[in-house]
Design a protein around this ligand. Structure first.
Ligand SMILES: [Zn+2]
Length: 52
């Protein structure tokens, strides 16, 4: 059974991991970079994938 890669989505401001997602083919090798709401910063911030 192949493991499905999980990605942690980390706030670039407070460095907290707020979201999890699975890598999709659409993303490919590119680093995920998203604007998402961070409940710690209480605003939309840049989030990036963080491999463990
Ligand atoms: Zn944050």
């Amino acid at each position: 059974m192949a493991k499905k890669p999980f990605i942690k989505i980390q706030c670039q401001v407070c460095k907290k991991t707020n979201y999890f997602t699975r890598k999709t083919k659409a993303v490919g090798d590119n680093k995920l970079e998203l604007k998402k709401f961070c409940k710690w910063c209480r605003k939309h911030t840049a989030h990036k994938e963080s491999k463990k």
